[in-house]
Design a protein around this ligand. Structure first.
Ligand SMILES: Nc1ncnc2c1ncn2[C@@H]1O[C@H](COP(=O)(O)OP(=O)(O)O)[C@@H](O)[C@H]1O
Ligand SMILES: [Mg+2]
Length: 505
């Protein structure tokens, strides 16, 4: 009897205490998910619980990733997509603004579409859509990207010419067309407006001239990326494994945004039309990394995908260094936020205001090293636990490339012939990256170091390597300790440091 009473008192005590100071992380029942149905991200900072993401207990599958340049956003996205593909067979359409994903997608066996460098997109292509819907979308994109909404008459003329061009090509503009029927291009639309101008029958020729001028921006020789026959099958984008849409070959942000808006609408239509089929996980992730107006404008289809994605198993993954670039309707509605290092107070204010975390978490975020992240999830359960927790580090996966540092510049001829000392040292990218992160090297510096190594076929002389580390803010002490951790003998280390000519102070 006494014991029971005692227990009763104790558990009462405990629940009281946990009410006063809530446990700092969600319970493991929430963090640990079925490994065959979730994506491992990393271990939590306090209790070291392996956190595997799925969206069963979250309001929706969409994800936002924010953090300064070099914080580790793209690395996270790659890790996430690879595992999602492995676990759920998830497809990905990556809108690759600055060509950051291209080589990785290539290595992973995905498809690269290089717009402006050999690949073209006819923005009048239908991919099974009704011409009227495409016309609305094109006008919508012009409204976001040009001044057309200030000129209603030009808007009307453009819309009519678009519709007429489809009709001239034998389409019924209110019906879904047969597959593979050739669509007109912007050049046909421009030609129609020009005929109208030349026939002289129209009352306000200046309006016609300006409408033509606006469309010509997208059809000039050399910049006619959107007014030629498409070189890709846009109907299949969402179901083709990993697809990288490399936009770096387009000459400005307006062109990149136009391509993105076109692709988003096509994906949205596919998503709605193909409807719901019961499969595990997410069918397709649409990735926007630094996508400018495309994620911020109220009229962007990124918002439609966020609103309706869950029921179609479509996820949006947005990554940006500037959280205020993400439309409020997206930011406050994504189920999961990954917050990597952020420095600017105004961005911290914005995120803290919208996600409501403690000043403790805020100060952690501003001091994060590369790959560290706070995670905020909008859980649907009524259980009470903190929605924001900190990950020790995103545990990534990079293709296993071997890097070689050669000692040929350090060893004497005699030592080489004697064959006692190793002639080179080898390591994997992640191994070195993690070491650099432990020495507080910034993500930008890590990128600089690897860009250099990669440009030399992943091999380098030891003294050049040491100079490169030194130029990227590793102190001599750090370099020495790094070389020791590669199990290089002390006598050699002394020689390496003096040969490379780096000096303290
Ligand atoms: N979690 C991590 N583990 C190991 N290396 C990482 C991690 N996150 C980022 N890196 C490395 O740091 C550098 C910068 O990361 P990156 O993803 O390009 O940053 P961002 O996209 O935020 O600018 C890259 O070389 C990347 O491979
Ligand atoms: Mg990046």
């Amino acid at each position: 009897m006494t014991i029971v009473k005692m227990q009763h008192v104790m558990s009462n005590e405990i629940s009281k205490r946990s009410f006063l100071s809530r446990p700092p992380e969600p319970p493991s029942s929430i963090l640990l998910n079925d490994p065959l149905n979730s994506i491992y991200i990393g271990n939590t900072k306090i209790f070291k619980i392996p956190f595997a993401w799925n969206f069963d207990n979250v309001t929706n599958p969409h994800i936002a990733v924010v953090g300064i340049t070099g914080a580790g956003k793209s690395y996270f996205v790659k890790t996430f997509l690879i595992r999602a593909n492995y676990i759920w067979d998830t497809n990905a359409v990556i809108i690759d603004w600055a060509s950051e994903y291209k080589s990785w997608v290539k290595q992973s066996g995905g498809t690269i579409i290089s717009l402006g460098k050999g690949d073209y997109l006819n923005i009048l292509d239908l991919a099974g859509m009704k011409p009227l819907d495409r016309v609305k979308q094109i006008i919508g994109a012009f409204e976001i990207l040009t001044d057309i909404s200030s000129y209603p008459e030009q808007r009307r003329l453009t819309e009519e010419a678009l519709e007429q061009s489809y009709a001239n090509f034998g389409f019924n503009i209110a019906e879904r067309p047969p597959e593979n029927k050739d669509a007109p291009t912007l050049k046909d639309v421009i030609a129609l407006l020009q005929e109208q101008l030349q026939s002289g029958g129209y009352e306000y020729p200046a309006e016609l001239e300006n409408a033509i001028y606006r469309l010509r921006q997208f059809a000039r020789p050399g910049e006619d990326f959107f007014s030629r026959k498409s070189t890709l099958n846009i109907s299949k984008l969402a179901t083709s494994g990993m697809v990288d849409i490399d936009l770096s070959g387009l000459s400005d942000d307006t062109f990149r945004a136009l391509a993105t808006l076109f692709i988003l609408q096509t994906l949205k239509e596919k998503m709605r039309f193909e409807g719901f089929s019961e499969t595990k996980g997410i069918k397709t992730f649409v990735v926007l990394d630094e996508a400018w107006k495309v994620a911020s404008d109220d009229r962007s289809d990124a918002i439609t995908i966020v609103r309706e994605g869950r029921k179609y198993q479509f996820g949006l993954l947005v990554a940006t260094q500037n959280p205020t670039d993400i439309n409020e309707a997206i930011y406050s509605n994504v189920g999961t936020n990954f917050i990597l290092r952020i420095k600017f107070e105004k961005f911290l204010d914005y995120i803290q205001g919208s996600l409501n975390f403690s000043s403790f978490i805020r100060s952690e975020i501003s001091n994060f090293g590369v790959g560290q992240a706070a995670v905020d999830m909008s859980f649907t359960t009524s259980m009470k636990f903190p929605e924001v927790f900190v990950l020790d580090k995103i545990k990534g996966e990079e293709p296993l490339y071997i890097y070689t540092i050669s000692l040929s510049d350090i060893l004497t001829q005699a030592e080489v012939s004697a064959n006692i000392l190793p002639k080179d040292y080898q390591f994997e990218a992640d191994e070195l990256k993690n070491k650099l992160i432990n020495y507080n090297v910034s993500g930008d510096s890590i990128n600089t170091i690897f860009t250099k190594l990669n440009s030399q076929n992943r091999s380098m002389n030891m003294s050049d390597f040491v100079k490169l580390l030194y130029a990227n803010n590793l102190s001599i002490n750090d370099i020495v300790s790094l070389l020791k951790s590669m199990s290089i003998e002390d006598i050699l280390i002394t020689r390496i440091i003096s040969t490379s000519g780096v000096k303290n102070g």
